[in-house]
Design a protein around this ligand. Structure first.
Ligand code: C5P
Length: 303
């Protein structure tokens, strides 16, 4: 690959899965109080950000080009409704930057999948633009800008496993051992507001104390049996494929399986880097989802 031009950064924006997601209730601002463990995985989008700040500019201009498989990018907006553009505008607003940013986004992460693709793109763009525009925001300030873009953005700016609380904006790095996962994505999306509304309609309740999952994630203890996601039951009621994918993952030898985020993606935890689910189960999963599942890794962190 040729060396990137001056004023250009090429950055990865990893997808995430939630090892647990606990919804503690609704908040006065309409959001939900959460506790969730967010783990970046090896499935990633790629951004090439070419940008410069110049006080002689009278305006700020941001352009976005999106490439990738047709099915992945069909519904990805190119305008200011894209979280990447919103991130750039929010950073420029906060720091009074004038100049330009030309961003090329190569999508690998499905949208509206519960994998945090749009949020991770925004997180990566914010970090790159903070450097290229010379904004000089420190990590907490940059995360604050991220939090104004979306609830998952601050956790995805941590660059490793993160425990998120509040609406998602209160984040801390946590130690999690490396994990091998099988990720099942579907050709349909689930809107995050719908998933939370369905949880409201079902009347909760909140899941168990997450300390055992956190402890197992830290220590390398038995983790797979303690995965949970409070949004899973209400979403799976509307999309039975989710329960079926979980059943097939477990039947094929995954140690545990759960829906990620607001769904519909489901992932299984595997015994180790070379582990595969049994071939028949993998074929059934591919038939159910309309595409083969993805073997991915989540890097460990000692936080
Ligand atoms: O913050 P973000 O824009 O990603 O959230 C999308 C939607 O998901 C919100 O408008 C809200 O309906 C729901 N949500 C929530 N509580 C959270 C995060 C998201 O209710 N903590």
């Amino acid at each position: 690959m040729s060396r990137p031009a001056a004023n250009t950064r090429v950055v990865e924006a990893p997808a995430k899965v939630n090892l647990f997601l606990r919804v503690l209730g609704t908040r006065p601002d309409g959001y939900h109080e959460l506790e969730t463990l967010i783990l970046p995985i090896s499935l990633a989008d790629r951004l090439e950000v070419h940008a410069d700040a110049d006080p002689s500019f009278r305006t700020l201009s941001i352009s976005l080009d999106v490439t990738g498989e047709d099915a992945l990018i069909r519904d990805v907006p190119r305008d200011e409704t894209n979280l990447v553009v919103r991130a750039g505008l929010a950073l420029a607003d906060r720091t009074a930057v004038r100049g330009f940013a030309d961003i090329a986004l190569d999508k690998r992460i499905p949208s509206a999948a519960g994998l945090g693709g749009g949020s991770s793109d925004a997180a990566a763009a914010l970090r790159a633009l903070n450097e290229l525009w010379g904004c000089g925001l420190d990590d907490p300030a940059l995360r604050e800008v991220g939090g104004s873009i979306g609830s998952d953005v601050p956790a995805l700016m941590m660059g490793g496993p993160a425990l998120a609380r509040g609406r998602g904006e209160r984040v801390e790095a946590v130690a999690v051992r490396a994990l091998s996962l099988l990720v099942v994505t579907f050709p349909f999306g689930v809107s995050t507001p719908d998933a939370f509304r369905w949880w409201d309609e079902a009347g909760g309740p909140a899941g168990p104390d997450p300390e055992p999952v956190l402890e197992a994630a830290r220590s390398g203890g038995e983790l797979a049996g303690s995965l949970f996601n409070d949004l899973e039951a209400p979403v799976a009621r509307r999309h039975p494929e989710i329960a079926e994918a979980k059943r097939l993952l477990l039947a094929g030898g995954a140690l545990g399986a759960v829906m990620s985020g607001s769904g519909p993606t489901v992932f299984g935890v595997l015994a180790g880097p070379d582990a595969r689910v049994e071939q028949g189960a993998e074929e059934e999963i591919a038939g159910l989802a309309g595409r083969p599942p993805d073997y991915v890794t989540a890097k460990g962190s000692s936080a």
